[in-house]
Design a protein around this ligand. Structure first.
Ligand SMILES: Nc1ncnc2c1ncn2[C@@H]1O[C@H](COP(=O)(O)OP(=O)(O)OP(=O)(O)O)[C@@H](O)[C@H]1O
Ligand SMILES: [Mg+2]
Length: 304
């Protein structure tokens, strides 16, 4: 069975970054009498990418369509925890002005979770619910497979035809084949930690380009923190950035992520006089506050 949802490729170049397009979202699609209910897109209006312009440009280029026979690529952002992999993908997706669907990948995700799942509705009827991925395929949206390295080979296998020139998926559960809208785009984010499966080679060859996301330098970090914690004073931001950078250089803290820096700023701001907080003493404690004996010390140092 084949979906009737394939719009003719019109050969036009994709919407340039930054320009939103008016898109009427479909709520369901019926293929050979099987109705599949689509998911609503996610809100990524707050996703802004600051600094590291090169990775932003590389990512955007991968999603551009330059010619009617051009194929949109499937970029992957890789890097350590909290360095900005998801933010980069969401920020570029937002610039394309198309509906964005985030799919949080897990190790126990089955192929049907990734595509179409049956649910029991009223009167014992079976309803078919599309995942964010399939909803994006139908609506010409953008799907971000977040933490995709956690998916098992079985789930990756169900994506093989989608990630090459065939651009379709087959749902065994609903018994349908769905072709992707010509404007459909997909990307993945992958962590460099140990909690991952090995990605099969035939899938790896379909995921290009691989875009490494690094931790930002001090100047970018200042801007990022100020964007996320706009009420923190410049002085506090400066203190935190300098402290973290120095500690890292001196090898006193193994590493810190952009997320850590933002959260530290938010936390220190809770003190009545953040500028007077002895960072040297309090920051290592905050990073380890799960140790019960330290909680009182943190409370007194921050004067909470
Ligand atoms: N370049 C950047 N511009 C703006 N915000 C950023 C940037 N890099 C990171 N951030 C912010 O840092 C936090 C962590 O980023 P994000 O969630 O994208 O990291 P991640 O690499 O996907 O982390 P994880 O591995 O845990 O999924 C978010 O609040 C994000 O908005
Ligand atoms: Mg992420």
């Amino acid at each position: 069975m084949e979906a009737q949802n394939v719009a003719q490729e019109n050969g036009s170049r994709s919407a340039p970054a930054g320009r939103a397009t008016d898109i009427v979202l479909q709520r369901s699609i019926t293929i050979d009498d099987v109705t599949i209910h689509l998911r609503a897109p996610d809100d990524v209006v707050d996703s802004v990418w600051i600094g590291q312009a090169e990775v932003h440009r590389l990512f955007t280029a991968a999603w551009l369509k330059m010619h009617e026979r051009d194929r949109i690529m499937t970029p992957v952002t890789v890097g350590s925890t909290g360095c900005g992999k998801t933010t980069l993908a969401c920020a570029v997706a937002r610039d394309f002005g198309r509906p964005v669907y985030l799919v949080n990948c897990t190790s126990d995700m089955r192929p049907e979770d990734l595509l179409i799942t049956p649910v029991i509705a009223s009167q014992q009827q079976i309803l078919y619910r599309a995942s964010g991925l399939v909803s994006a395929m139908v609506n010409g949206g953008i799907c971000i497979l977040d933490e995709a390295n956690r998916m098992s080979e079985k789930s990756w296998a169900s994506l093989a035809p989608l990630l090459d020139d065939r651009r379709y998926i087959e749902s065994i559960i609903a018994g349908v084949k769905i072709h992707a809208h010509p404007e459909f785009r997909i990307a993945a984010t992958m962590n460099e930690d140990a909690s991952t499966f090995n990605i099969p080679e035939y899938i790896e060859s379909r995921l290009k380009p691989i875009i490494p996301v690094e931790f930002p330098g001090a100047d970018d970090l200042r801007l990022i923190i100020s964007y996320h914690v706009p009420y923190a004073s410049e002085r506090l931001v400066e203190q935190i950035v300098r402290y973290l950078m120095e500690q890292k250089e001196a090898g006193k803290i193994g590493s810190f992520s952009t997320r850590d820096a933002i959260q530290l700023t938010r936390y220190l701001y809770k003190s009545p006089d953040p500028a007077k907080v002895p960072l040297d003493t309090v920051v290592p404690l905050i990073l380890k506050v799960h140790e019960k004996s330290l909680t009182k010390k943190v409370i007194s140092l921050l004067d909470l």
